[in-house]
Design a protein around this ligand. Structure first.
Ligand SMILES: Nc1ncnc2c1ncn2[C@@H]1O[C@H](COP(=O)(O)OP(=O)(O)OP(=O)(O)O)[C@@H](O)[C@H]1O
Ligand SMILES: [Mg+2]
Length: 236
């Protein structure tokens, strides 16, 4: 079967404006892909399209050969939105069990996902008592329910301190090593070095797809910010 993500000539128009333009992309299982681009470049729109909550105007996309938006994909794709929601007046474990029930997933899966994100010891604490990074990990735990093969994480490290960011990237690498495909978006170019592969988005178009080292060598830039600016000049 055709495993992984296959995006073909995807386009999205919002309020008469092309927000995503002719995007084609393949992502294999076990890849950790950084989706980077400035604010407004279309990262969240692309993720929403892959989850099936954003109407696509042209082109197509499949996940494991199944068209995006199909009910069959509900358990294969985990998604953490840019402003993830959890119930602050419930405990960590109650949150995860609640979402498991909503998804029709056995509540025993809560133990597994809490272990994966290293929140087992905080399971009886109210979400309102957690730090920002811990709260993010509750959403990540929810996205991991049902053992998805693809995780779409929209700016999961924004606002976190360097230690927490490092910890979270460690979790992403572990999941990658288990064979999941992960797409992690960021508008902070210095996260680039943590990815196996970078896809750079600018004004709804891909301007680069390759490894972090290729990005630096191709542009001759010393920093990822510099590389992005060089690419923008090249493609202008
Ligand atoms: N509800 C909406 N209706 C119309 N246009 C929208 C809507 N939401 C976003 N857009 C536009 O779509 C474009 C892409 O937005 P998107 O949220 O995908 O960008 P982003 O790369 O995720 O940005 P950020 O880094 O700020 O999260 C932007 O120009 C934005 O103004
Ligand atoms: Mg966004």
């Amino acid at each position: 079967m055709n495993s992984g993500v296959d995006v073909q000539h995807l386009g999205v128009i919002r309020r008469g404006r092309a927000v995503l333009r002719d995007l084609s992309l393949r992502i294999e299982p076990g890849e950790l892909v950084g989706l980077l681009g400035p604010s407004g470049s279309g990262k969240s729109t692309l993720m929403r399209a892959l989850v099936g909550v954003q109407r696509v105007t042209s082109g197509s996309a499949t996940i494991d050969g199944i068209p995006i938006g199909s009910a069959e994909l509900r358990h294969r794709v985990g998604y953490v939105a840019q402003s993830p929601a959890s119930y602050r007046d419930l405990t960590v474990e109650e949150n995860v069990r609640y979402f498991a029930a909503m998804l029709g997933i056995d509540s025993s899966d809560a133990d597994r996902v809490l272990e994966l994100v290293d929140l087992s010891e905080r399971r009886r604490d109210l979400v309102s008592s957690l730090s920002g990074g811990e709260t993010n990990r509750v959403s990540l735990a929810v996205a991991l329910l049902g053992e998805p093969q693809l995780l779409l994480l929209d700016e999961p490290t924004v606002g976190l301190d360097p230690v927490l960011r490092e910890h979270l990237w460690g979790v992403f690498r572990q999941l990658r090593d288990r064979g999941l495909a992960l797409v992690v978006s960021s508008h902070v170019m210095d996260e680039a070095s943590r990815c196996d592969r970078l896809v750079l988005l600018r004004a709804g178009k891909f301007i680069f797809d390759g490894s972090p080292s290729t990005l630096l060598s191709r542009t001759g830039a010393g920093t990822y910010d510099g590389a992005f600016i060089a690419l923008v000049k090249d493609t202008a």
